[in-house]
Design a binder for this molecule. Structure first.
Ligand SMILES: [Zn+2]
Length: 418
């Protein structure tokens, strides 16, 4: 028995496994990159809801593979995107030890565009609510130059940038504090914490990151090892980065300097799969203070296993997904349109594998529909898609593991290529 443990500041990589059969492939890849500590059990509350799995099932699947394959290294377990103290208790009871706090419901996305008068009045509301009680926050932030190391010019807040940061993130830091207390209690003080604001409408500027991190520090959120800003450009699910690489690198350097100044903690890259054009940059700039999170990309490798060994089943799944796309895409940040999905060719076999599993529209179609496929979809025979997929993955476990290994060796080697 080799249970999951806190990984502290070790460079780490999160593998989400929605079907409970991917850990052998993940392990084969990460064994070749011992500088990365793996997180084999990682599932957000949203994913568990959509796949109708419990935290205990997610944990058991990972533990069984770790035991069966004799993995003796350290590994972690991430209860991802936890929004309430109840979420914390649920994952803690199953043995998770890395807790990702998602305070995005408390982020005020309107702050970026507020007029000065509205901004001032909103700051007054925050003060009245007691968000800065006993703390001369304007003096602390405004009358100070923040030196972030020799390679980054020092930064400072002016009143406008401070007020926007405060309006946008103050309530979120207060919620993170409440969640941090719930985690400390539920884990007996052993839990490690990530705070993620990646799923907000606008990017986290370096100054906003600095404010956010110093507020977490002031509030004493215990066990903080990692923070996930929302970066510039588009981190869409399952595909490469879209955006200005040079600007991304420039801002990432400041984010990393802030994480050392206000931490140290790791910079966490969410929706981190398939960002091949960014990996050398991310690896070089973050060094060892890095966590990368992936999830749906492993599910797509499971579907690739189905496409190769049970093309009839894959064809039925693909047709079903096309009917679900318009509904299921709603909660995702993706650019693929309904028209693009409708113009995909019917899957008939190997000739269409790339269209569905390597190109953008096909990948995003399959990505956003996973919950429907795994809980509602049925073959013409009446068997559920989930049963069909699991049967294929058991029967072709070697191919499934090999596809996952190849896929993640590509991720990890590119992260180390900078
Ligand atoms: Zn996320």
């Amino acid at each position: 028995m080799n249970p999951p443990v806190p990984l502290a500041l070790q460079k780490s990589f999160g593998f989400g496994d929605r079907l409970g059969l991917a850990t052998p492939g993940h392990m084969a890849a990460v064994r070749r990159f011992p500088d990365f500590a793996p997180i084999f059990a990682q599932q957000s509350i949203r994913e568990m809801t959509r796949t109708q799995r419990t935290p205990q099932e997610v944990m058991s699947a990972a533990c069984q593979s770790v035991d069966a394959l004799g993995f003796t290294g350290k590994w972690g377990a991430d209860g991802d995107h936890l929004k309430t103290p109840e979420d914390v208790q649920n994952v803690a009871a199953a043995g998770f030890c890395f807790y990702t706090i998602d305070p995005s419901a408390f982020v005020n996305n309107g702050a970026d565009a507020m007029e000065e008068a509205a901004l001032r009045s909103e700051v007054g509301v925050l003060e009245t609510e007691g968000l800065f009680s006993g703390f001369d926050w304007k003096d602390y932030y405004l009358n100070r130059v923040f030196s972030l190391g020799s390679r980054i010019p020092p930064v400072r807040f002016d009143e406008e940038s401070l007020f926007r940061a405060a309006v946008k993130y103050s309530r979120a830091t207060a919620h993170a504090e409440r969640m941090g207390q719930a985690i400390a209690k539920a884990s007996g003080g052993r839990g490690e914490v990530e705070v993620s604001v990646d799923e907000t409408d606008s990017p986290t500027s370096p100054l906003e990151h600095l404010f956010f991190a110093l507020e977490l520090q002031r509030r004493g959120v215990p066990g903080l090892v990692s923070l996930a800003p929302r970066f510039v450009g588009d981190f869409e699910k399952g595909i490469d980065y879209r955006g200005d690489l040079a600007r991304f690198e420039q801002e990432l350097k400041v984010h990393v300097a802030i994480s050392k100044f206000a931490g140290p903690y790791k910079i966490s890259i969410h929706s981190g799969s398939d960002k091949f054009s960014l990996y050398p940059v991310i690896g070089r700039v973050c060094g060892s203070l890095l966590h990368v999170k992936t999830a749906g990309t492993s599910y797509l490798e499971a579907l690739r296993t189905v496409a190769r060994t049970a093309p009839g089943l894959f064809s039925e799944i693909a047709a079903y997904c096309r009917g679900r796309f318009d509904t299921d895409r709603a909660s995702y940040h993706i650019s693929t349109t309904q028209a693009q999905v409708e113009s995909l060719p019917v899957f008939q076999g190997a000739g269409q594998e790339a269209v569905y599993l390597d190109e953008v529209a096909g990948r995003q179609l399959l990505h956003v529909t996973f919950g429907s496929v795994l809980t509602h979809g049925r073959e013409a025979s009446g068997r559920t898609f989930k049963e069909g997929i699991l049967e294929v993955l058991h029967r072709h476990a070697d191919l499934h593991a090999e596809l996952l290994e190849t896929h993640f060796v590509r991720h990890l080697s590119q992260l180390n290529a900078g």
